[in-house]
Design a protein around this ligand. Sequence first.
Ligand code: HEC
Ligand code: HEC
Length: 193
Amino acid sequence: MLALLLIAIVLAGNADGPASSRQVNAVAASHRSNGLGAWQKVYSVMVSPRCLNCHTATNYPQQGDDRHRHVANVIRGPQDKGVVALNCSTCHQSTNADSTGLPGAHNWHLAPLSMRWQNVNDRPLSSAEVCRSVLRLLDGPHLLKHHEEEPLVLWAFNPGRRPDGTMRTLPPTTHAEFVEATRQWVKAGTPCP
Ligand code: HEC
Ligand code: HEC
């Protein structure tokens, strides 16, 4: 009843009625498609090896562009930080150690299993799955802040040298483009495919 009344008021206030509601729909649709385009860019970074190597579905991190299992039997451990004798910070410092090829950033550890972006066969999850997954745990503004400031995210855009002295490859966008795409996606109401 109240809803009908509201619709009547809206229609009455709108001289050109259906035409302008079509316009509203068209604007909403283009808003959504811009948002989805921005999300696709965000997703392309999330499933690049620099991010995916920590967002695993298994009990170990991965290394390299082929995302092979981490050397030395390093395992996830109870808090995603390795095990007592071999936790992540035994080797990984708070900055890249380019003389040895050991990557580093503040509080280096694996993303929890609830934040995995690949399946147990190391296949990246689909764009729709990752989108729903990240929104289950953080809302748009928190995701934007995480992408802007989190040291482990920043590391992926400045990943340093491999043990053989060559540079690690970068995600498909710059950090600034990634943050901007996240901002556009959040502004569009975080639509998922
Ligand atoms: C015994 C030392 C050691 C321990 C302990 C260790 N790492 Fe590593 N890690 C390395 C070395 C060395 C490399 C560089 C290997 C390379 O790039 O080929 C590396 C690379 C990585 C990379 C690859 C980055 C990339 O994108 O190529 C990730 C991710 C990683 N470690 C996560 C972890 C996590 C998470 C832990 C704790 C659960 C951990 N590591 C514990 C030595 C260690
Ligand atoms: C060294 C490991 C590591 C790397 C590399 C890494 N992350 Fe993460 N990520 C984590 C950890 C650990 C958490 C959980 C943080 C927490 O609990 O606050 C996390 C959480 C997140 C979350 C929140 C997930 C959710 O489900 O809400 C997002 C988003 C995220 N990371 C984005 C990225 C992106 C994008 C990259 C690459 C540009 C990246 N991460 C690279 C370890 C990593």
